[in-house]
Design a binder for this molecule. Structure first.
Ligand SMILES: *Cc1c(COP(=O)(O)O)cnc(C)c1O
Length: 416
């Protein structure tokens, strides 16, 4: 097959051999805990490779052993996911949080310093600030808009710059769509790396999904997803993924084997099905988001719209980062309604087609109130700083007809 074939053309077939499954055109669910070895010698050889006691031969593939270590649904899913980010390897998990927490535990140890961007997804923020310190890990954060020089100073001021082990960022930030520079973050990692120690950059790419932003191309070492969002895309599965080089992912898979937080065969199968329509779903969502943002930008009951498509030359660095990193304006729009919580709730309660729920990236459009829902845990000073106020609504745009979405938003705005 041609080298330039696009990922969307391979999502129905890549990595699957029908002849190994009675000719079934679709990969069945391998609902099995363990796999029969042809011989004791084969079992021994599989374990040697799985536990890293010897390197794989060139032609050798890791044999199937036990579904905590490997399973065909997960292996095929991992191969297909690598195509979007042009990653060497991938590990899938039972949730986005398990992918994130496994990476943090694998690449940090007691005494280390972790540098994070702020704000982060609430679950990541909680794990990093409330759980990692119990293991003696130090945390320092920087905010959107701070320059490389300022961030380097922040790290130095901790007195622990030699202990810096990992940089963890999320861009665009949820729910404000503020951008963090991936390439610039990698330069900070390089600044503190030494001959003996390389500092890795991990990027949570959930908000742009694997179609709209490719962090590895900008220098990221590890890319993380809540596959619950765009990858799964139907609000019917919780899952996660981590992508990177063969070497780093083998470390991630090593810890995953012993934490036992891999995805189940059924989850793997659901995601294989979801991936077949990933590109068409996300194309439709990006198209709809542009239409919906145009509508909100002009509505007199809307005070401000936070949308990547609203960035222009006058936004300076933010606009430059967008041009470099983002292939579309995404499918997430936040906006301030004129008024406060009362008006925001009135609007949310009046929605009919758009569902009132947290989560994002699914086929159906979802709206929520960050200040009292997803971001209720963020301390009030930070909320103010990030403009996560009572009047803010977050909207995840789905694949519905955009005219119907706009009509629903319009009638709900009229109720205020
Ligand atoms: C949802 C989400 C997560 C957590 O993923 P789960 O699948 O819910 O565990 C992490 N990061 C971001 C940006 C998310 O939106």
């Amino acid at each position: 097959m041609s080298k330039n074939i696009k990922p969307e053309s391979l999502m129905m077939s890549y990595g699957y051999k029908p002849e190994l499954s009675e000719g079934a055109v679709k990969c069945p669910i391998f609902q099995t805990s363990t796999f029969v070895f042809k011989s004791a010698e084969e079992g021994k050889a599989f374990f040697e490779v799985a536990y890293g006691h010897r390197e794989k031969n060139e032609s050798e593939e890791l044999g199937l052993i036990y579904s905590r270590i490997n399973n065909p649904n997960l292996e095929i899913l991992e191969k297909r996911l690598t195509l979007w980010d042009k990653a060497e390897d991938c590990a899938v998990f039972e949730s986005g949080m398990s992918a994130i927490s496994t990476v943090l535990l694998e690449f940090l140890k007691p005494g280390d310093l972790l540098l994070i961007s702020s704000p982060l997804y609430g679950g990541s923020d909680h794990f990093i600030k409330k759980i990692l310190p119990k293991f003696g890990i130090n945390i320092v954060e920087f905010k959107v808009g701070q320059t490389q020089k300022e961030i380097i100073e922040i790290v130095k001021k901790t007195g622990l710059s030699e202990k810096l082990a990992l940089i963890y960022i999320e861009t665009p930030a949820n729910p404000t769509n503020d951008l963090i520079d991936i390439k610039g973050s990698k330069e900070i990692a390089k600044h503190f790396s030494t001959g003996e120690k390389e500092i890795y950059l991990a990027v949570d790419n959930t908000y742009m999904g694997p179609v709209w932003q490719h962090p590895i191309a900008h220098g990221a070492d590890l890319v993380l997803y809540s596959a619950t969002k765009y990858i799964g895309g139907h609000s019917d599965v919780i899952a996660g993924a981590c992508l990177g080089s063969k070497n780093l992912i083998s470390r991630v898979k090593g810890l995953r084997t012993f934490l036992g937080n891999m995805a189940s065969p059924n989850t793997g199968w659901l995601l294989l099905r979801s991936l077949e329509t990933l590109k068409v779903r996300m194309d439709a969502q990006a198209f709809n988001a542009n239409k919906v943002a145009d509508f909100l930008n002009k509505h007199q009951k809307v005070e401000k719209v936070y949308f990547l498509g609203n960035l222009s030359e006058k936004d300076g660095e933010q606009f430059e980062i967008k041009k470099r990193q983002c292939l579309t304006n995404g499918g997430m729009i936040s906006f301030d309604i004129k008024g406060g919580e009362k008006e925001a709730f009135k609007f949310l309660n009046a929605l009919q087609l758009v569902k009132l729920a947290v989560s994002l990236g699914s086929t159906e459009s979802l709206a929520e109130h960050p200040a009292t829902m997803t971001h209720v845990d963020v301390d009030s000073e930070l909320k103010k700083e990030f403009s996560i106020s009572e009047k803010m609504i977050r909207l995840s745009v789905g694949v519905e007809n955009y005219e119907d979405l706009i009509a629903d938003l319009n009638q709900a705005l009229e109720k205020i």
